[in-house]
Every structure is written in structure tokens, then in C-alpha cells.
Design a protein around this ligand. Structure first.
Ligand code: ZN
Length: 506
């Protein structure tokens, strides 16, 4: 009698290995002495190899065949049948990428990251260029191995955002660009808000306590999570009952640490609320990236972090409600500030060379620039040597900025040195989706009345019910359509930003 048991057991074991890798990564980025990096790299590589072999080995092939046989008479929409098909599809992608390429990419990543750190510090693009050339060549081969219908970039972006293509992105970007440009111009033409008070001295322990308190009210559970310090904040999950977030606080810049904690809490909320029955299944296992995660895609995940960070944390209503609490924590520093002034300061539009410093009106321009450059690199339409010039030209056209050094330009992000070509668009997809999810939630009366009183539980319940609980069992497009009734569409995002600019300039 054919059974799904061997398949279920193997996926559970792969998930265990991947969760162990997550714990090693969390440790490496929060606790580990720097000297441990080389050994940790070997440990992660070994465990990743084990997970890959388990996924692509003969035992899994036999288990998949048996599971497909066991479910052959089940209806096509049976979730078990879909789950097995999803695993088979992921494994097919893994199998198409030759072992030699996997090994070379891993080895190159280690060397490229070291070279990138040095090159960025020394503003030495030429020192990084040979490794970037090799990275692009490998990613091009990677795309060919996976396969694509139209553009090699589709294969790469599809690893992070299943179903997404360059042509869909270009349509989305055209609408975004047309909507964002006049908004940015309006915001920049208006008198700029006073914001120097954000750079007064704010003791870090109090920042952390306030950030964590709000994160908890948003619904992030500290009994199933924790907040630690790191250089570049992230969220990582070892299981739905152990979902950790990290932050970085600076004494002389208040919003940096606060908004980062709320951002990561949005990621954490997603992972903590995946249906418990989906633990150790394909719905919490990304076989293509060999990563234990409960989010449907990188963009979907980002939609949840941006929702808390921007749709809630940067809203006028939020600061009307919570500024008095912040002021009670920092009475001297904020004595001469009011809720409206604080809201204006943390929403000020200011073109910046650095993506991670960008405000909501300029952020997506950074992503559009990177997407076009990545796609051109992968297609061979542009050479690595021409990147600094291409970057400078786009920054001038889009944001009116001159790029003084490559460290502030083409060398600023870690992604390319990590071989992650094709992941940038998921940030903008997350922005767009966050507005769609938030609007759909607010169409429900209890969510809206809760928000008006600073009660975030009705919103959390809506997100749990319509987004979080499904894990990876729905595709991003299915999830979005079921929750909002629409496909990916920037109209709501642009409407939210228009309302913000209307208030900012008034
Ligand atoms: Zn994020």
C-alpha cells in the first residue's frame, strides 16, 4: 500500500537540518566571535550539502514516487497532493543546477564577500570587479540551468518570487515611476520639516524597551521570540515557536533602531503565526533556496515587515496615539516636539545615495535602478566595468544625485557579493503588497476601529487568518488574490503615498 509517510519524514528531516543552519546563522550574526567565521562557514556548507543531498537523493525520489502514487486518486486541489507536487517542483529545480556550479558559487561567495568588504572600505571597485564578473557568469549559467521562457533574469527572480518575471516587473515599475515622480517633486518643493531633534541623545536601553513594547502590541510574541543586537537587522526562524528578531540602535539617531525593530517584528509575526500543522513540512521549507521559512516568497515576507514599519509605524494616526508614550520615555529630548512634528520628521522625503537610508518616496527608485542593471548584466547587455557609469547615470536621472564614490554607489549593497542577483525586486513587491493587504484588512470594521484606538489585535488576527497561517502552501499570487481579491497592483500603494504627501505639504 503506497504511503506518504516516507516523503513526510524526509521533508521533516530536511527542515530540521535547515532550521539548524538558521540557528548557526543567527549565532554568527549576533554572538559569535569574529574569529569563528571560517569554521562556521565550513559548518554551514556541510549542513547545506547534507540538505541538498537529502532533497536530490534516491531515497527522496522513491518517496516522492510513492507519495504521488498514494495520492493519485485524490482530487487535484487536495492540499497533500499540492504539497507533494510543490516538493517535486522544487527538487526538479535543484537537480537542474549542476553540482559543480553549486560548489563554485559557494566558494566564490566566500571570496567575493571578503573582497567586497575591502573594496567598499577602500572605494576600490576595480578590486571587486573580477569577482563580480565571475559571479555574473555563474548566475548566468545558473539561470540557463533553471530555464526560463523569456529572459534569463526570470529564472533568477523566480527563485525568490515564484512566478515573477522581468516583463511583469517592468509594467509594475512603469506605473510606479509615473506615480512616484510627481509625488516626490511635490514633497521636495514644500518646506522641509524640522528633524534635527531626531539626532539628540537617546539612551539605547530606553529605545530598545520602547521598540519592543510596540512590537509586542503589534502582536510579536517575546515568549516565542527574542530581540538581540546585530550589525544588519534580520529575522530568522528555528520553528514557529522560536522566531528571533534583531536590531541595531544608535544613540544619536532615534528612528533608525525603532523602525528596524518594527520591520523585523513584521517578519517575525509571519513566522510565529504559520499554522502549527505546517511545521516540518514543505509549507515551511524552501527547497530551491535550501532555507527553512514559512513565508510564501521573499516579497510576501517583506509585505508583512513593511506593513508594520510603514503602513502602521509611519502613519499619522500611529504618532497621534503613541507619541505621548515616546515623549514620556524621553521627556527632555522631546520636550519641544509634538505628534504632528514627529510624524513629519520621520516621513521627510530626501533623496539619498544609500538605499537603506531611503524614505518611502525614493526607496523604489533604488530598486528599479538595481533591477535594470542586474537584468542587463545577466543578459550581457552591459559589462561589469561599465557599472559605475551606468549607476551614476541612473542616480542622476532618477534622484538628481551625483555619486561621489563607488562606496556610495555600486559597492553599497551586500547582495551581489552573496550571489543574490534577482532578489532586489522583492523589496518593491513587498511595498506594493503591503498596501494591498493593509487596505483589505481595513475594509473590516473591527480592524479599522481597533487601529483608531491603538489596538492592533484585530489587524493581527486578519493577517493571521488571511496571510500568515498558510505558510508556503499558497503561491504569492494565490495568497494575494484570496486575501485582497486582486492581483499585484501598485494603485493602493500610490494612493497611500499620495495621501501622505497631501498631508506633508499642507
Ligand atoms: Zn525585511
Amino acid at each position: 500500500m503506497a504511503s506518504t509517510a516516507p516523503y513526510d519524514a524526509l521533508v521533516a528531516q530536511i527542515n530540521d537540518v535547515l532550521c539548524a543552519i538558521n540557528l548557526l546563522e543567527w549565532d554568527a550574526r549576533t554572538q559569535m566571535p569574529a574569529a569563528g567565521a571560517a569554521a562556521r562557514g565550513h559548518q554551514v556548507a556541510t549542513l547545506t550539502g547534507i540538505a541538498r543531498n537529502m532533497a536530490t537523493g534516491d531515497a527522496m525520489s522513491a518517496a516522492l514516487d510513492e507519495a504521488q502514487e498514494a495520492l493519485a486518486t485524490a482530487p487535484a486541489e487536495d492540499p497533500r497532493r499540492r504539497a507533494v507536487q510543490q516538493a517535486a517542483d522544487g527538487i526538479a529545480v535543484l537537480r537542474r543546477i549542476p553540482e559543480r556550479l553549486v560548489v563554485e558559487a559557494a566558494d566564490l561567495r566566500t571570496r567575493a564577500q571578503t573582497a567586497w568588504v575591502k573594496a567598499r572600505a577602500a572605494d576600490d571597485f576595480a578590486g571587486f570587479a573580477p569577482l563580480l564578473e565571475r559571479t555574473v557568469a555563474i548566475q548566468r549559467e545558473w539561470a540557463e540551468a533553471i530555464g526560463y521562457a523569456e529572459h534569463p533574469y526570470d529564472a533568477l527572480v523566480g527563485q525568490y518570487e515564484p512566478g515573477m518575471t522581468l516583463s511583469v516587473l517592468r509594467d509594475l515599475y512603469a506605473r510606479l515611476r509615473a506615480g512616484l515622480r510627481p509625488l516626490l517633486e511635490r514633497a521636495l518643493a514644500a518646506p522641509q520639516p524640522e528633524a534635527s531633534f531626531l539626532e539628540r541623545s537617546y539612551p539605547i536601553e530606553e529605545q530598545r524597551r520602547f521598540g519592543a513594547m510596540i512590537a509586542e502590541r503589534f502582536g510579536y510574541s517575546f515568549s516565542r521570540g527574542r530581540l538581540d543586537d546585530t550589525a544588519h537587522p534580520f529575522e530568522i526562524s528555528m520553528a514557529r515557536d522560536d522566531v528571533r528578531i534583531t536590531g541595531r540602535f544608535r544613540e544619536t539617531y532615534l528612528p533608525g533602531g525603532l523602525f528596524a525593530v518594527w520591520h523585523e517584528a513584521g517578519h517575525g509575526l509571519y513566522e510565529q503565526n504559520v499554522d502549527p500543522a505546517l511545521g516540518r513540512t514543505i509549507a515551511t521549507t524552501d527547497l530551491v533556496n535550501l532555507y527553512a521559512v514559512g513565508g510564501a516568497s521573499f516579497g510576501t515576507h517583506e509585505s508583512q515587515s513593511r506593513l508594520l514599519e510603514n503602513r502602521l509605524g509611519r502613519s499619522h494616526r500611529f504618532w497621534q496615539l503613541h507619541f505621548p508614550e515616546l515623549q514620556a520615555v524621553f521627556p527632555e529630548q522631546l520636550a519641544d516636539v509634538d505628534p504632528d512634528g514627529f510624524w513629519r520628521a520621520v516621513n521627510r522625503a530626501r533623496p539619498d545615495l544609500i538605499r537603506v537610508e531611503a524614505d518611502e518616496l525614493t526607496y523604489d527608485f533604488h530598486i528599479m535602478l538595481r533591477t535594470e542593471i542586474e537584468a542587463a548584466l545577466i543578459a550581457g547587455d552591459i559589462a561589469v566595468a561599465d557599472l559605475p557609469a551606468a549607476w551614476a547615470e541612473r542616480m542622476r536621472d532618477d534622484l538628481g544625485l551625483e555619486v561621489p564614490t563607488d562606496s556610495d554607489g555600486v559597492l553599497q549593497d551586500v547582495h551581489w557579493s552573496a550571489g543574490m542577483i534577482g532578489s532586489f525586486p522583492t523589496y518593491t513587491i513587498g511595498n506594493v503588497m503591503s498596501a494591498q493587504f493593509f487596505a483589505a484588512a481595513r475594509r473590516q470594521a473591527d480592524v479599522e476601529s481597533g487601529l483608531a484606538q491603538g489596538d492592533y489585535q484585530p489587524l493581527r488576527r486578519w493577517l493571521n487568518e488571511n496571510v500568515h497561517r498558510f505558510g508556503r502552501s499558497r503561491t504569492p499570487a494565490e495568497l494575494l488574490r484570496a486575501a485582497t481579491g486582486a492581483d499585484l497592483d501598485p494603485a493602493q500603494y500610490l494612493a497611500d503615498l499620495t495621501a501622505k504627501v497631501d498631508r506633508l505639504v499642507s
